[in-house]
Design a protein around this ligand. Structure first.
Ligand code: FER
Length: 279
């Protein structure tokens, strides 16, 4: 009897989870392929008035990139233990995106990987939880809006309307994306928070005017592993959005932890929705 109850519980819980879990990446999505076109990763250096120093970001331009075209831009943010190289070294977004381009599944876009710790020493060294370092993740809003985005827009062939600008990130970067994206709807129409951290503003501050968010957002994506201790920050945001009729995707990943297995899968899914007409 106990065994039967357990089996019934497992079946029911898998159905409940399945409703929130749509599609996950197929095997090999993150394995480099030789026989396809590849995008290019470079480092850019921009002057930050906000921090009063020169700062670095990585930039991925897609296969077939040409300055004769104009591209939408995804700004993709890292977590508290990372810097502008975290996605590149641990998530290899260029491999995931190259593979998706080869399958014709992406709108060509530029991806910028900033350093979201806006302070003079922006390395993830020493005590990464130190108050000044955590504060620097909030200061990055000014650096992004006033320094980095203008630099990208005057040095690369990019589309500059809000409909062509996306902001997403993991953990601290997820909180930043929700805070800055939803706080600047005149700048961003596509927003994604992956396993967002405690820096995520409370829902009422994040979306004080649900009707405006409803009208302006093309995509609002929230996801988190069900084994991630930070899931409540996504869950409470989802519940508020649902209660206030703001369309969004909320994905709870069964067995998902706070790691790049989840975030790579998130990028695979999220990137395929970007800059396409959203329903
Ligand atoms: C915290 C727990 C986790 C916190 C930040 C994090 C600022 C961020 C985690 C990450 O970015 O992976 O209490 O406080």
């Amino acid at each position: 009897m106990k065994r039967l109850l357990f089996a019934a519980f497992m079946i029911i819980s898998s159905i409940v989870n399945a409703q929130e879990y749509t599609e996950s990446a197929p095997l090999g999505f993150d394995v480099a392929r030789q026989n396809i076109a590849h995008g290019k990763i470079d480092t850019l250096v921009y002057h930050s008035e906000t921090v009063d120093t020169n700062r670095r970001a990585l930039i991925y331009t897609p296969p077939g990139y040409s300055t004769n075209n104009k591209y939408p831009v995804l700004y993709l943010l890292h977590g508290i233990g990372g810097d502008e190289k975290e996605w590149f070294t641990q998530g290899q977004p260029q491999v995931i995106l190259d593979n998706l381009y080869a399958e014709g599944k992406l709108i060509p876009m530029i991806v910028v990987l900033p350093n979201g710790r806006a302070m003079k020493d922006d390395r993830a060294a020493g005590n990464i939880m130190a108050p000044d370092k955590v504060q620097a993740f909030a200061t990055f809003e000014k650096d992004l809006l006033n320094d980095l985005i203008p630099f990208v827009e005057s040095n690369y062939p990019v589309l500059t309307e809000r409909e062509h600008r996306a902001l997403a990130g993991l953990s601290m970067g997820g909180g930043q994306s929700l805070n800055f994206g939803l706080g600047n709807l005149d700048k961003f129409a596509w927003v994604g928070g992956f396993s967002s951290a405690p820096n995520t503003k409370s829902p009422e501050l994040l979306v004080p005017e649900p009707d405006q968010a409803k009208q302006q957002l093309k995509l609002l994506w929230l996801s988190c592993g069900d084994q991630d201790g930070l899931i409540n920050f996504s869950k409470r945001t989802h519940e508020y959005l649902a209660a206030n009729g703001v369309p969004h995707i909320y994905q709870v990943i069964p067995g998902g932890y706070h790691d790049f297995k989840v975030w790579k899968d998130n990028l695979w899914q999220f990137s395929q929705l970007l800059f396409k007409s959203a329903d």
